[in-house]
Design a binder for this molecule. Sequence first.
Ligand code: PAF
Length: 313
Amino acid sequence: MSDVARAPVPQRAPRTIVDPAELAQALTEARAAGERIGFVPTMGALHEGHLRLVDALRAPPPSTGLSPATLLVASVFVNPTQFGPNEDLARYPRDLEGDRQKLGSRGVHIVFAPTPELMYPQGEATRVRVSQLTDHLCGPFRPGHFEGVTTVVAKFFGMIGPCLASFGRKDYQQLAVLRRMVKDLHFPVEMLGVPTCREADGLAMSSRNAYLSATDRARAVGIPRAISQALRAHAGGERRAGTLRAELARNVAAAMDSVDYAEVADPDTLQPFEGDAAVPDRALFVVAARIGGTRLIDNAVSSEDSPATSAVP
Ligand code: PAF
């Protein structure tokens, strides 16, 4: 974490706004007063990983060349269109008051918590879809998911206007898809990807970890361990895609109830490397697997998230 992020953050009760028109007014006034807007979209049930997204807005890494945001907005909205019919929309954890307190403790000024009716007004008929990047990995396992994400984030970007927006690299595919959308639709948004925040044993923080029983929680660490092992094999000279992929899948399967995918893929196109293709220095190791009814995802990019520097044991 940078020195700026360590500096004491003014504690405040954030202003809560429900109505998009009120948000637009507040942001127009803030811009007129010279503020630079920072935005973190969330579905609530916040953990330290979300709060690091806030910290990153106040202190983007110097290597990004991005300047800090001064007026911080976080949305809390469980977006119904990104959940499939058999997914966990109804039981997704919700705690707006707790989320407001956490966001206030990290210096967030405005919590935007719209209702589904305000986000999807009666008669709504618009969807935003990014192709190709959504063809792989989670795309086939969660039909309609990314369309729901890009649609809701496009709505947020339309409401918020020019801003610096931060997203977690834990949702690597989501970040890639949203970067593409920003480019293609010319949104005046600067995108900041923030490293995955991990528990002490290496498990990636996720709101869905709350679903895990103690036994399943202990098993779930098998995912980051499997990724870490694959990164080590790759760093040690194993470059055959099929071999790396098979080892990753085998190790994930040993810990989890089922594996949606365990892939070694191109970090830019997200296309998995096939068969005996030679995996280059920079590669994405990415997993989605299920344990006790909970779906977990994780990833690391070799040469960017090496086992030596990550929290993964
Ligand atoms: O990553 C999430 O929490 C959600 O997909 C997002 C970006 C807030 C859109 O609902």
